[in-house]
Write a protein that binds this ligand. Structure first.
Ligand code: HEC
Ligand code: HEC
Ligand code: HEC
Ligand code: HEC
Length: 237
């Protein structure tokens, strides 16, 4: 039947028409060749894109700008650089999300660093110190908003043995679980020196996020209660 259809000059079936269109030369290349070629080029492009992304996710890359600017030197004195078990957290471990969608967003946002590097926003000690509280508050806002996601890539309350933690730590961590607090609420300055009055600024950051509805609230709590609890907590610590 179908042969007959073709022979009688009827239109060929849809699939056949697509197939012929794919492989008949358009100008010099058939559409099919272009598609296959595009696919291969896509893989190559993807590979190099991924490679570039990984390259910008190394400590070496971060320090190429941030060594002069203190961060690396200060962090070498902390437990995340040097400790009894030899497990280390590098700059991107704490500052760059692991999950693809969050990582891409962070990378795009970080392209502003290149601009600030070129115009020299933090290229002297004085400028760095003057700018530090602002930069720290950007980091806090990200961590508070993500429920300290990057810390939790390594640390989890579920696996902490409260019986071997010192009392203050164990008690605080129980409070943290009960009241939905997050690591950065209590652990600012774990890798870098803190600027003066950092706690006031931290509260400001949290208030602002809460007012915009940008922080995950503990279950069954409204913004006002969560805010006043956090305020109480911060002022007693
Ligand atoms: C091209 C130089 C350069 C590189 C490379 C670089 N930074 Fe920065 N970074 C800067 C400058 C300049 C600023 C100040 C930007 C501003 O004022 O907003 C900054 C700001 C920051 C801040 C402050 C908070 C914020 O969100 O702005 C953090 C955290 C940070 N960088 C971490 C990193 C990490 C982690 C890496 C490696 C993955 C890295 N930087 C790579 C130049 C650089
Ligand atoms: C790449 C894994 C990793 C990441 C990410 C990480 N940590 Fe750690 N953290 C460690 C290791 C390893 C130690 C040291 C454990 C030991 O004592 O050997 C540590 C120690 C600590 C300590 C104990 C400090 C002390 O003086 O004894 C605190 C508090 C802490 N981390 C908080 C955080 C917070 C908050 C974040 C997120 C901003 C974070 N960590 C991110 C791996 C990590
Ligand atoms: C309510 C405040 C609070 C919250 C929230 C909190 N901590 Fe702590 N944490 C403390 C206190 C207080 C200590 C004991 C003093 C210190 O080491 O700073 C402590 C100690 C630690 C230690 C050292 C324990 C030891 O025995 O050496 C680690 C590691 C740690 N915290 C990680 C975290 C991580 C990761 C998170 C988030 C998942 C977190 N903490 C959330 C208050 C808190
Ligand atoms: C263990 C987690 C951790 C590691 C590792 C870490 N940071 Fe940070 N970083 C933080 C936190 C938390 C803040 C927010 C300010 C604070 O609480 O000290 C911060 C703040 C910053 C800021 C803002 C300015 C300031 O001084 O507060 C810069 C820039 C920065 N980090 C760069 C780096 C670079 C570069 C490295 C690697 C050499 C690095 N960080 C390693 C957790 C970390």
């Amino acid at each position: 039947m179908s042969d007959q259809d073709n022979n009688t000059g009827k239109k060929p079936g849809f699939i056949r028409r697509v197939w012929t269109a794919l492989w008949s030369p358009t100008s010099a290349w058939s559409l099919g060749t272009l598609l296959v070629g595009g696919f291969v080029a896509g893989i190559l492009f993807w590979g190099s894109f991924h490679w570039a992304l990984e390259l910008t996710n190394t400590e070496k890359f971060c320090i190429s700008c941030h060594s002069m600017e203190r961060n690396f030197v200060e962090y070498q004195d902390t437990v995340h650089y040097n400790n009894h078990s030899g497990v280390r957290a590098t700059c991107p471990d704490c500052h760059v999300p692991k999950e693809w969608q969050h990582k891409i967003k962070a990378k795009i946002m970080a392209s502003k660093d290149v601009y600030h590097h070129l115009v020299g926003t933090i290229n002297t000690e004085e400028k760095y110190q003057a700018h530090r509280l602002h930069m720290a508050s950007l980091s806090w806002a990200k961590m508070k908003q993500s429920d300290s996601r990057e810390c939790r890539n390594c640390h989890k309350f579920e696996y902490m043995d409260f019986t071997i933690q010192e009392n203050r730590a164990a008690a605080s961590h129980q409070t943290a679980i009960d009241e939905g607090k997050t690591c950065i609420d209590c652990h600012q300055g774990i890798a870098h020196k803190l600027p003066e009055n950092y706690l006031d600024k931290y509260r400001e950051v949290v208030d602002e996020l809460a007012a915009n509805g940008d922080i995950p609230l503990p279950e069954g709590k409204d913004v006002a209660t969560a805010k006043s609890e956090l305020r109480d907590h911060l002022s007693t610590n």
